[in-house]
Design a protein around this ligand. Structure first.
Ligand code: ATP
Ligand code: MG
Length: 544
């Protein structure tokens, strides 16, 4: 896969900044809130931030934006660390937390109060909203806005000491209630929450807001380019305002890029949380989930996700990426890396009436890569083949599989001819009886052309396996615009039971294979000693 340095507007800015000497090196950060698992949208941000570190020989921090203790959990912290590492990235130094800076943030808040740039407001959250106005109406000043510095210092200390009830006071920046930018209308900097924090315990009952925390954290860490998604464009004014009005050394700049929107996929932790909590899926790592954990369990590789991010690029233009763009990446990667094997997913019996005994056939593990070697596969008189590889009759002139009375080659083996078949009471074929031509092992049959090749497993040695076939969770390309209950795809998971060749017994959870003619599959953690479970990662060819 290509490892060329990408070109995009952010890389252009960085190149200019390095050339002009504005910065000597790059320092980026990935700042997730630990309130859920990472999803494919985060992967775009991770690849961008850590990719800059790699491409410019810079540094990148992993920083948990943990300012809202009510929704955050240490479990999420752990899963996020694991996902970033799994993608193949290393952060510099220890994991950072915005909460590492709570003491510093508190001091900066006091600096703003002393400069007359922040005040303790006793309007309720509802009143604050009403006073804020809207895009066409300027806001109204709070009656508490003109308190003296001394009074504000005293009341902020009272907030910190737990002297106010939740929602009865907040610290606000004193900027401009008539600003055309809503975020500049005296934004709240601190709110009261009597909640234990996963990192700071019960030390604080006031917690800083994202906009106040983020810019200061960036500056304290020496971040140069602070990259976020477009919805934070207006917040850049507040980001700069805070840093201009406090005494701090760092000079980070915020740049915004378009978030990833992917067809059929939700990229909002809040909505993904809903799927988990309402048990619409089986947890955060359900293979249908667009989480890193779900994609990994489905069989996606780090290389495929990084390649996906490289192909979609980074711009300022919002768009909707085709789902097939993601599938193409894993298909390309597994085509190269996944060993081939045979699995029969919807089996019918094939009895070869003129074959006796058994023999070992040597079959290639990868047609394009000799280094994958060969494996021995036992051939015998009773096999399983796919139900849809046999037809009694067909109108389809292109049908190259086994037709009643016709011939086909069994992969790596002989040419056989279907002589007769048996059906159940509903007319479904259960067994096909065939004869084989002993003179066709590794060579073409005499005097006739046999075009088709089908796969098989030996009924005597095959192991039972469960195959989980997945489709989109939603029937809409833009599920974020709907109530999820109204667009659930009832066929997003179909479980099938068939057989795998015995060589796959040694496969480990997470191993990927191309099951010939069926698709790429990955062994699932639900596998038991009696039955392997395989997830369909992606079909061999794109569905059109
Ligand atoms: P969500 O709405 O899913 O919770 P978020 O932006 O609130 O997303 P954070 O944990 O705050 O989640 O995000 C960490 C970083 O990942 C942020 O810099 C954010 O901009 C980025 N990010 C989140 N979603 C996407 C996306 N769909 N595409 C690109 N970057 C994203
Ligand atoms: Mg967020």
């Amino acid at each position: 896969m290509s490892v060329e340095r990408p070109t995009n507007f952010i890389y252009n800015i960085i190149e200019e900044d390095l050339a002009s000497g504005k910065y000597q090196t790059t320092y980026t950060r990935f700042p997730p809130e630990p309130n859920g698992y990472l999803h494919i949208g985060h992967v775009k941000s991770i690849c961008l931030n850590f990719g800059i570190k790699e491409d410019f020989n810079g540094k990148c921090n992993l920083r948990f934006d943990d300012t809202n203790p009510v929704k955050e959990k240490v479990d999420f912290v752990k899963s996020i660390e694991e996902d970033v590492r799994w993608l193949g990235f290393e952060w510099d130094g220890k994991v950072r937390y915005a909460s590492d800076y709570f003491d510093a943030l508190y001091e900066y808040a006091i600096e703003l109060i002393k400069k007359g740039l922040a005040y303790v407001d006793e309007l309720s959250p509802d009143q604050i909203r009403q006073y804020r106005g809207d895009l066409t109406t300027p806001g109204t000043n709070s009656p508490y806005r003109d308190r003296s510095v001394e009074e504000n210092l005293r009341l902020f200390e009272k907030m910190r000491a737990g002297g106010f009830a939740e929602g009865s006071a907040s610290l606000r920046a004193k900027i401009d209630m008539a600003s055309p930018f809503m975020v500049m209308r005296d934004p709240v900097l601190y709110r009261i929450k009597f909640a234990s924090h996963h990192q700071t315990g019960d030390k604080w009952c006031i917690y800083p807001m994202y906009d106040f925390t983020h810019c200061i954290s960036d500056a304290l860490e020496g971040i140069t380019h602070s990259l976020c998604t477009l919805e934070f464009q207006d917040n850049r004014r507040l980001y700069d305002w805070v840093l201009e009005n406090i005494t701090i050394d760092g000079t980070p700049h915020q740049y915004e890029f378009a978030r990833l929107n992917l067809e059929y996929v939700l990229t909002s932790k809040r909505k993904l949380t809903q799927l988990v909590e309402e048990k619409i899926v089986n947890g955060w790592d359900d293979p249908r989930m667009p989480t890193v954990a779900g994609l990994r369990r489905r069989g996606y590789t780090p290389a495929s996700l990084r390649e996906f991010c490289r192909r979609i690029g980074v711009s300022k233009q919002d768009n909707l990426v085709e789902y097939q763009a993601l599938e193409a990446c894993i298909r390309d990667d597994l085509n190269e890396k996944a060993p081939r094997a045979m699995a029969v997913i919807e089996p019918i019996k094939l009895v070869i009436t003129n074959y006796e005994g058994s023999e070992q056939l040597s079959i290639s593990n990868h047609p394009q890569n000799e280094s994958y070697g060969h494996r021995e596969v036992e051939f015998g008189p009773e096999l399983y083949i796919e139900r849809n590889d046999f037809a009694i009759t067909t109108e389809d002139k292109g049908f190259k599989r086994l037709l009643h009375g016709g011939e086909v080659r069994l992969r790596g083996s002989y040419v056989i001819k279907a002589e007769s078949y048996e059906t159940d009471s509903e007319g479904n074929v259960t067994t096909v009886y065939a004869t084989y031509d002993p003179d066709t092992l590794g060579k073409k049959p005499e005097g006739r052309k046999v075009k088709g090749v089908i796969h098989w497993v030996n009924a005597k040695t095959a192991k039972p396996a469960e195959f989980r076939h997945y489709d989109h969770l939603f029937t809409s390309k833009t599920p974020g615009a709907h109530d999820v209950h109204e667009i659930l795809n009832p066929n997003s998971l179909i479980v099938l039971n068939g057989f795998i060749e015995p060589a796959l017994d040694n496969a480990k959870v997470g191993d990927s294979f191309q099951f010939e003619r069926n698709g790429y599959y990955c062994k699932d953690e639900d596998s038991t000693a009696d039955k392997a479970v395989f997830n369909l990662t992606v079909e061999l060819k794109a569905r059109i």
